[in-house]
Design a protein around this ligand. Structure first.
Ligand code: G3I
Length: 473
C-alpha cells in the first residue's frame, strides 16, 4: 500500500506506470516499484571506504557474506558470538538499510560441535541455534534464509548430517524460526533453482507446495541466481519466479552474479523480477569484481576500480521500467494492473504457527494523491501483516535538489493499534496521531534521494495508517 502526500510535478518519468522521477541509483530505481536492491558485505569491508561509498549510494539491503552463518554466530555449543554480525547489522542500520539474515541451517559452515553430534542431539542443537540467533536479532531482520542449499541437483534432498536427523528437519527449522521471531520473513534459499524444468527447481517447488498445504510457516524462496561457473540465465526464469509466487510465497534473488557481467543477462534477470509482483528485490553477491567469490569471472556491476559497468545501466533501466509493483506497495496509475495477489502466508503472532488459513493481503491503495508541493514525500509500505498487527516502512523522499537537514513524518494509526517499535527514526506518541522524526544518523537526505524508517504495530486490525505527511525544517 502506498500513501504519498505530495509528488513532483515536473518529474521525468521512466515508465508510464510508475510515479515519480526515474531513479538514478539502484536502490532509488528499485524503490519506485516497492522493491529493494541489496548487496553482500563481509566484515572485512568495514574498513574499506571505497566499497562503502558505493554501498551507501546504491543499496538499501545488506546480507552478511559469512558473519551470520552458524559457525560464526555459535562457535561452540551455547556460546554465541554476534560481534561481527552486529558490526555489519549496525553499519547497515546507520546507513538506512535493512538486513537479510543468512543463514540459520546449512550443511556447510557449521560449527565444529555440530559435526560431532547426530540424531536428536544435532536436531536440538539446530533448534537451539535458531532460538539463540533469533532471540538476539528479534524484530530486526527483514528476512532470514532459514535453510540454505538442502537439495541435490536431481531434486532429492541433499545428504547431510542435518538431513540424517530426519526428513522433517527443514520444517522443524522453519517452525522454530517463526516462533522465535514472528516479524521476520522466512525463506528457503538455494542455487540452480532458476530453470523451471530443472530437477532441483522442481524438488524445491514440491517442498514449498507441501509446506503451504500443511501450514508449515514459509514466506519466501531465495533464488541465489549465480549465473557464474558455467550457469547462465535460462529463458524460463520468469516462469520459475511466477510459479513459486503462485504458491503464495514471495521470491527474492539473493546472490546474483553473472559471468563477465553480461548486460543482456543482467537485464533479463532484473526484468523477470520486475514482471513478477511478488519478486521483492535483488541482491548482488558483492559490489565490485574484486569483492566477488568468483572475481576471475568479473561478475558484478562495478569493476575493481569502482566504476559502473555496462550491466549497471541495464539493471538500472530495467528497475525503472518495472511493469509491476510489489503487492501492498505502489499501485500503477495506468497500464496493466499487477496480476492477482496471492494471500499472505503470515500466521498470527500471538499463537504458535498452525495450519490456520492464511490472512488476506491488505488491498492496494488508490494512486498517490498529488497535493501542494512539499519538501519531502512520505510513502507507506506494508511489509508484513498478520492477525495481531503489521510491520510497516515509510520511505522519506527529498522532493528537491538541495539536501534536507532533518525530516518529520506524521501519521495516524487506526483505532486500537499501538506502536510497538520504531527503527531508523524517533517517535512521539504510540497511538492515534503520532510523529516520527529522523534518527541522529539519517536526517541528512541528499537532493532527490531517499531514506526510510520501519516500525511494528500491534492491534486487532492491520489497517494501514492514514493522514501521512512529511515536513522538513
Ligand atoms: O577467514 C579465513 C582466513 O582467516 C583464512 O586465511 C582463509 C584461508 O582459506 O579462509 C578465510 O575464510 C574463508 C571465508 O570465506 C572468508 O573469506 C573460507 O576459507 C571460505 O570458505 C569462505 O568462503 C565463503 C563461502 O560462502 C563458504 O561456503 C565465501 O566467502 C562466501 O562468499 C560464500 O557464500 C556462499 C553463500 O553463503 C551461499 N551460496 C553460495 C555463496 C558463494 O559460495
Amino acid at each position: 500500500m502506498v500513501i504519498a502526500v505530495s509528488s513532483v510535478a515536473m518529474a521525468t518519468f521512466a515508465h508510464a506506470d510508475l510515479p515519480g522521477p526515474a531513479g538514478t541509483t539502484l536502490k532509488a530505481a528499485a524503490e519506485r516499484s516497492g522493491r529493494y536492491f541489496g548487496f553482500a558485505m563481509g566484515a572485512d569491508r568495514l574498513n574499506d571506504s571505497g566499497f562503502q561509498t558505493i554501498a551507501r549510494r546504491e543499496f538499501d539491503m545488506l546480507t552478511a557474506v559469512n558473519e551470520m552463518k552458524p559457525d560464526a554466530t555459535e562457535p561452540s555449543q551455547g556460546r554465541f558470538d554476534f560481534s561481527r554480525g552486529d558490526a555489519l547489522y549496525n553499519w547497515a542500520v546507520q546507513n538506512g538499510m535493512r538486513v537479510r539474515g543468512h543463514t540459520l541451517a546449512w550443511h556447510a559452515q557449521q560449527p565444529s560441535f555440530w559435526r560431532n553430534l547426530s540424531g536428536s542431539a544435532l536436531r536440538s542443537a539446530m533448534i537451539s541455534h535458531i532460538n539463540g540467533v533469533l532471540a538476539h536479532y528479534k524484530g530486526k531482520i527483514f528476512q532470514w534464509d532459514v535453510v540454505n542449499e538442502a537439495f541435490e541437483e536431481n531434486g532429492s534432498r541433499r545428504s547431510s548430517n542435518l538431513q540424517a536427523t530426519g526428513n522433517d528437519w527443514i520444517e522443524a527449522a522453519f517452525r522454530a524460526a517463526r516462533t522465535a521471531d514472528p516479524a521476520a520473513q522466512l525463506c528457503y534459499n538455494d542455487y540452480n533453482i532458476e530453470n523451471w524444468t530443472y530437477g532441483k527447481t522442481q524438488g524445491v517447488y514440491r517442498m514449498i507446495q507441501d509446506f503451504k498445504s500443511r501450514g508449515v510457516p514459509i514466506d519466501c524462496v531465495g533464488l541465489q541466481t549465480h549465473f557464474t561457473g558455467g550457469s547462465s540465465l535460462p529463458g524460463n526464469f520468469q516462469q520459475t519466479l511466477s510459479s513459486f509466487a503462485a504458491l503464495g510465497v514471495d521470491v527474492v534473488l539473493t546472490e546474483v552474479d553473472v559471468t563477465n557481467a553480461s548486460s543482456s543477462q543482467y537485464q533479463g534477470l532484473t526484468q523477470a523480477c520486475m514482471n513478477v509482483p511478488r519478486c521483492l528485490g535483488i541482491t548482488t553477491w558483492g559490489v565490485r569484481d574484486s569483492d566477488s567469490w568468483r572475481s576471475n569471472e568479473s561478475p558484478l556491476l562495478f569493476d575493481s576500480g569502482s566504476n559502473k559497468k555496462a550491466a549497471y545501466t541495464s539493471v538500472l533501466n530495467a528497475l525503472n521500467a518495472a511493469s509491476t509493483t510489489v503487492p501492498g506497495t505502489t499501485t500503477p496509475t495506468s497500464g496493466t494492473p499487477p496480476t492477482s495477489v496471492p494471500p499472505s502466508s503470515r500466521p498470527p503472532t500471538s499463537t504458535p504457527p498452525t495450519s490456520t488459513p492464511p490472512t488476506s493481503r491488505p488491498p492496494t491503495s488508490a494512486p498517490p494523491v498529488t497535493g501542494q508541493w512539499s519538501a519531502c514525500t512520505a510513502t507507506f509500505r506494508m511489509v508484513n501483516s498478520w492477525g495481531g498487527g503489521y510491520q510497516g516502512e515509510v520511505i522519506v523522499t527529498n522532493n528537491g535538489s538541495a539536501a534536507l537537514s532533518g525530516w518529520t513524518v506524521r501519521l495516524t494509526l487506526a483505532s486500537g493499534q499501538t506502536l510497538a517499535q520504531v527503527w531508523n527514526g524517533v517517535n512521539t506518541g504510540t497511538s492515534g496521531a503520532i510523529s516520527v522524526r529522523n534518527a541522529s544518523y539519517n536526517g541528512t537526505v541528499g537532493g532527490n534521494a531517499a531514506t526510510n524508517f520501519g516500525f511494528l504495530v500491534n492491534g486487532s486490525t492491520n489497517a494501514a495508517p492514514g493522514n501521512i505527511s512529511c515536513t522538513s525544517p
